[in-house]
Design a protein around this ligand. Structure first.
Ligand code: FPP
Length: 250
């Protein structure tokens, strides 16, 4: 797969219509490695560089929230050594990048079911989240042991428990109150969802929040992702007509 889409240069960006929230499915690490005769782990390591470029690119464009899909609830089905590599990378990067993220004004949150994560990694998560909590340049959500269906089921359990305890009426269950029980409570939904790696599906990512996201699929492996691809995706987003089920005004 080419490292750049062989498409004409994107239209110049309208700074007033940069999406507030961008979500990315970072796919293709394994194939990137295999195409070089390397182990899959090398692809995940190379993917870290692309994560850095995505964060810097989003911050520089004025995106306020970036949500990255780093480990899905289905990724446990991978060989245990690969699961170990991905767990290890999360821990290692939290330790190694904390100061730089702090200096760059980036707030970090890890979203997903963290009960299955090693206690020492959970401690690092808490440390980096607390350290960066007041940062304003960009909110980085790293979805880890995350699944969209699991997230919705968790929100339903939260609401059901409130009803059971008499703190909430059934009629109060609404799109709004359910949204407030998701990991993304209080955040705008992603307007732009990018997937690299050539596949064209959501793979259980942000199922609720992506209801009206513009989807941009890039035919390149995640480790090859750079600022140009981000700009091209935002440019494509800006050329889409967003109607939210309505009609376009004349
Ligand atoms: C999908 O590619 C990628 C992942 C499951 C992991 C994404 C992780 C990173 C980019 C590294 C950064 C990690 C952290 C913790 C910040 P794939 O392995 O499914 O690739 P394939 O489709 O080519 O097999």
């Amino acid at each position: 797969m080419a490292s750049r889409n062989s498409q004409p240069s994107p239209e110049p960006l309208d700074p007033l219509r940069v999406p507030a929230h961008v979500a990315i499915i970072m796919d293709g690490n394994g194939r990137w490695a295999r195409s070089r005769g390397l182990p899959r782990a090398a692809g995940h390591r190379a993917g870290v560089g692309a994560v850095r470029r995505a964060i810097e690119g989003c911050r520089d464009l004025g995106v306020r929230i970036l949500t990255l899909y780093a480990f899905s609830t289905e990724n446990w089905r991978r060989p245990s050594d690969e699961v170990g590599v991905l767990m290890g990378l999360l821990h290692e990067r939290l330790v190694a990048e904390a100061e730089e993220l702090q200096r760059s004004g980036i707030r970090v949150r890890i979203v997903g079911d963290l009960d299955a994560i090693a206690p020492e990694t959970r401690a690092q998560i808490e440390r980096v989240e607390a350290m960066t909590v007041d940062n304003q340049a960009l909110l980085l959500n790293v979805a880890f042991n995350y699944g969209g269906r699991a997230e919705i089921a968790r929100a339903v359990r939260t609401l059901a428990a409130r009803v059971r305890d008499g703190r909430f009426g059934v009629e109060q269950i609404s799109e709004q109150t359910l949204s407030e029980c998701l990991y993304t409570a209080g955040l705008p939904d992603p307007e732009l969802l990018i997937r690299t790696g050539g596949e064209r599906r959501l793979s259980n990512f942000l199922l609720w929040q992506a209801a009206y996201a513009e989807l941009v699929f890039l035919d390149l492996y995640w480790p090859d992702f750079d600022r140009h691809h981000l700009v091209a995706a935002v440019s494509e987003y800006q050329q889409r007509q967003r109607r939210f089920g309505g009609v376009t005004s004349a």
